[in-house]
Design a protein around this ligand. Structure first.
Ligand SMILES: C[S@@+](CC[C@H](N)C(=O)[O-])C[C@H]1O[C@@H](n2cnc3c(N)ncnc32)[C@H](O)[C@@H]1O
Length: 464
């Protein structure tokens, strides 16, 4: 959740455009609403009456527990946690702003950690949860226009250092993430007197494979150029965040806990007036991600939408009793899921959003312009180099292109191929703008965009 992520650090990274998150996006913030693709507002919708969580029916609210009981170990949360969960369930029902839910249960999930499960059948569109914003931990989130930031960077610079992750590397976006971390830490410091104490006590530490783990297996990042760069990115970003949080919390593990909570559980909400906030939505934040595959017709089961005073989770399709309730956190590849959320694919390459990397080094400058062409002369090599430098490639590093994304007419890989097919320095000078039209100020070239679904080989089950 915008949710869905995000490391020990070095110097703060320079402001860089964040990649388009699975709409934020995502480090992992849980990005989206319906189908995980966008947020929708449903102010006028009549919501079905809701029952309370079955698991909470019987009890007198459990005694409030202080955070001293909170385990910051990375061992799986076990029985000791039952008490904390019972207190959390009671807390959800407490007060005027009770969380409304019916027929859902919080239990261990085969996907990872805890998850929400249906205890009855839900027809498509049924409201499953309503979480009042009063029960949410939130901060304002301004200037989240990540798309603009991405567009401003020359296309080859993006290929040279793109953050292929919902990394929130953009400074303004990070401010909101840090503000929410601070809020979380502040509440935690208040112990049992925090009105969120029971909620905080059930927020876990980073999962074993989350990049925030010091013992993150480095061999993972050797698996692919994309994963390696992505991991490097999140490390830089998280180190900067951890450093920025130090004045608020000295204990490294607690900072880590807060940062992980925000990256992997927070959602970016946009209200009717365009107001934005970053929000931790209790109970909904226990919903796990569904990874769409090309080979099955099964999909994630839920989406969420915002009303004036609460967030509602609805059934994306008919849901059967016993099913785990899932969201699509975003259109994440396996590498992104790993770096944003610490989610490891059960079976590699099944994810419909997986991508391949094509990496290209400066050797291409001296490659012939075509099968029949001779090796380029010095003038052509120099013209190619100057042109590529103007579009962001300093030629000291490799470019890493993502396929199929970069196979769009506006993609960097095709721009590079077009340039390399020119046979003289004069042609390069003449055609540069046409080839790199996407780098011109205000460039929009809608007619040449191939719909994304045609490139992606479409996930057959994709809704929305
Ligand atoms: C929003 S939380 C979901 C609730 C979480 N399972 C818990 O126990 O608190 C997101 C985290 O859940 C885990 N997760 C979510 N979806 C998953 C999946 N499909 N497979 C494995 N782990 C998943 C990851 O650790 C992720 O960072």
């Amino acid at each position: 959740m915008t949710f869905m992520t995000s490391t020990p650090l070095m110097a703060s990274p320079p402001p860089r455009p964040a990649p388009r998150p699975p709409r934020l996006r995502s480090g992992g913030l849980l990005p989206s609403g319906r189908s995980g693709l966008r947020l929708r507002r449903s102010s006028s919708q009549v919501l079905l009456p809701l029952l309370t969580l079955q698991a909470c029916r019987r009890s007198v609210p459990a005694p409030r527990r202080g955070l001293e009981a909170l385990s910051l170990d990375t061992k799986p949360r076990a029985q000791a946690q039952e008490q904390q969960l019972a207190a959390f369930r009671a807390w959800l029902k407490e007060g005027n702003a009770a969380v409304q839910s019916r027929g859902v249960r919080l239990q261990r999930s085969p996907l990872g950690g805890l998850g929400l499960f249906a205890q009855k059948n839900f027809p498509q569109g049924a409201v499953i949860l309503e979480v009042p914003f009063e029960k949410c931990l939130e901060v304002d989130a301004h200037h989240f226009d990540l798309d603009d930031a991405t567009v401003l960077q020359p296309i080859l610079a993006r290929a040279a250092e793109e953050y292929d992750v919902d990394a929130f590397v953009e400074v303004e976006a990070q401010k909101a993430v840090l503000a929410l971390c601070q809020r979380l830490l502040l509440e935690r410091q208040q112990g049992a007197s925090s009105k969120f104490a029971e909620y905080l006590a059930v927020i876990p530490d980073p999962s074993e494979l989350h990049p925030l783990q010091l013992r993150w297996p480095k061999r993972l990042s050797e698996q692919s150029a994309l994963l390696s760069r992505m991991h490097h990115t999140v490390l830089e970003r998280d180190n900067a965040c951890m450093e920025a949080l130090q004045p608020f919390e000295q204990v490294w593990k607690r900072r880590c806990w807060a940062l992980n909570a925000v990256w992997t559980r927070a959602v970016h909400l946009v209200g009717a007036e365009g107001e934005e906030r970053l929000s931790l939505v209790p109970l909904m934040d226990f919903m796990n991600h569904w990874t769409p595959t090309r080979s099955t017709s099964e999909t994630w089961s839920c989406f969420y939408e915002i009303a004036s005073d609460h967030l509602a989770v609805r059934a994306e399709r008919a849901i059967s009793k016993g099913e785990e309730l899932t969201l699509l956190y975003g259109e994440f590849s396996d590498a992104q899921l790993l770096c944003n959320y610490g989610i490891c694919p059960e079976m590699p390459c099944r994810n419909a959003f997986d991508e391949a990397a094509v990496s290209i080094g400066p050797y291409v400058l001296s490659s012939p312009a075509g099968e029949e062409a001779a090796a380029p002369d010095g003038a052509l090599v120099a013209a190619r180099a100057a042109c590529l430098a103007r579009h962001g490639w300093a030629l000291q590093q490799k470019l890493v292109f993502r396929v199929p994304q970069e196979l769009r007419p506006s993609g960097g890989l095709l721009a590079l191929a077009r340039l390399l097919s020119l046979e003289t320095a004069e042609e390069v000078a003449q055609l540069e703008d046409e080839i790199f039209w996407m780098d011109l100020p205000g460039a929009v070239h809608p007619n040449t965009e191939i719909p994304e679904r045609n490139l992606r080989g479409a996930c057959p089950n994709r809704g929305g």
